[in-house]
Write a protein that binds this ligand. Structure first.
Ligand SMILES: *Cc1c(COP(=O)(O)O)cnc(C)c1O
Length: 406
């Protein structure tokens, strides 16, 4: 494949068809078309409406706790002995991760559109919990589709969603994981056109979702950029984030895309290594294809069947990736690297010990990459790692990996 021509700006996409180069788009059943066109139109109006912005800003401040801090990780910096490491503290948000940024934006969009029933998909349950949270806050009924396998292995989050008043519907199709839950949510949406809003949890799905989720998450990068300028008087040299579907990463990256001297690195789940199929590195080891309404890099076998993938961290095991990342990969603006389960586990333990911060296993992937490059950098260089969430949810997994019982 030829390298696509370099655009003047990396921040203008997608085009009117929802394409980022050859990626993205809206590959959906004809019955879904009117719904996503309506959503696109409403979103275009909402994003320039001062009232919409003010309401989102108010909730972000007083409900979610924004702005999140840009924290100088002095303990980790000393330990690594190279560049200065900063954490963008999305772990301090209400519900413990960046997911609330997107959920607040979308629930306000649903309200504006007069849709009173919320549906969502979830894998590990983090997005399900954040969706159930905003639905509770706004008094809307909420149905969360969750693969039956995930329901069985994520019981605390299932219970949280129920406490918040949501109905959790186990999906038995396929392997009963996130991919199947997302298919089922799309099916529900088509059959309940009138009153239902589909609250997608990452920067994937048919246009306009990748764009609107990115825009709601871009608050991360917008804040981080201003905070770094204020605290250090200049931009960072490197920024790093973990990529599942890609929402926290694109949220951090997007405001920096046209800062040519800022190196941008996305970290995929390398699982047990890229040789076999026990990983979730769709961009390092996948091929372009169509899933959930968009064209993007996917994990697939030689027949084009979508593979399930594996990661120690449930939030990273989506077999695809948001289409904007696929485009940024092929254009070379962003570098994508895999991190193994064991490396993430080590970063999780180190950060906990030297910073007194228990990071989410997803975020630990990004930290693990920092651990590789920071010691080789100069002491006056600056690195931002997106701390996408807190790791309380992961202590059982970690205990298990370490052969301990809680
Ligand atoms: C869900 C989740 C992720 C992965 O999702 P993205 O859409 O890629 O951001 C990463 N970190 C945490 C803490 C999560 O909960």
């Amino acid at each position: 494949m030829n390298k696509p021509a370099m655009p003047n700006s990396f921040r203008t996409g997608p085009d009117e068809q929802g394409m980022f180069g050859i990626f993205g788009g809206r590959f959906v059943a004809e019955t879904l078309m009117p719904l996503i066109l309506d959503l696109e139109e409403q979103w275009n109006k909402a994003k320039t409406d001062p009232e919409f912005k003010a309401e989102l800003q108010n909730l972000s401040t007083h409900y979610a706790g924004r702005p999140s801090k840009l924290y100088f990780a002095e303990g980790l910096t000393k330990h690594l002995g190279g560049a200065k490491v900063y954490f963008k503290r999305e772990d301090l948000n209400h519900t413990g991760s960046h997911k609330i940024n997107n959920c607040l934006g979308q629930i306000l969009l649903a309200k504006r559109m007069g849709k009173k029933r919320i549906i969502a998909e979830t894998g590990a349950g983090q997005h399900g919990v954040a969706s159930a949270t905003v639905a509770a806050r706004f008094g809307y009924p909420c149905v969360v589709y969750m693969g039956a396998t995930d329901v069985a292995r994520q019981s605390p989050n299932v219970f949280r969603m129920k406490l918040l008043g949501a109905e959790v519907r186990p999906v038995t199709a396929g392997h009963g994981t996130l991919k199947d839950a997302m298919n089922e949510a799309l099916r529900d949406w088509v059959t309940n056109v009138e009153d239902t809003y589909y609250l997608i949890g990452t920067a994937a799905g048919p246009h306009p979702y990748p764009e609107l989720v990115r825009d709601f998450q871009s608050v991360i990068g917008t804040e981080a950029r201003a905070q770094m300028l204020e605290q250090e008087g200049r931009l960072p040299d490197v920024i790093i984030a973990a990529v599942g579907g890609g929402s926290n990463a694109i949220g951090l990256f997007h405001p920096f895309l046209d800062d040519k001297d800022v190196r941008i690195i996305g970290i995929e789940a390398g699982g047990r290594g890229l040789d076999g199929i026990e990983h979730c590195a769709s961009m390092s080891a996948g091929k372009p294809g169509v899933l959930h309404g968009n064209r993007t890099y996917l994990l697939q076998n030689s027949d084009g069947q979508i593979l399930d993938g594996h990661s120690i961290s449930a939030g990273l095991d989506y077999p695809g990736v948001g289409p904007e990342h696929s485009w940024l990969r092929d254009s070379g603006r962003v570098q994508y690297e895999p991190i193994l389960d064991d490396e993430a586990l080590e970063a999780f333990q180190l950060t906990t010990r030297v910073e007194g911060i228990i990071p989410a296993l997803e975020s630990a992937h990004a930290i693990a990459h920092a651990m590789k490059i920071v010691p080789k950098m100069d002491k006056d260089q600056l690195v931002i790692v997106n701390l996408s969430g807190r790791g309380d949810k992961d202590v059982h997994t970690v205990a298990n990996m370490l052969g301990m019982e809680i």
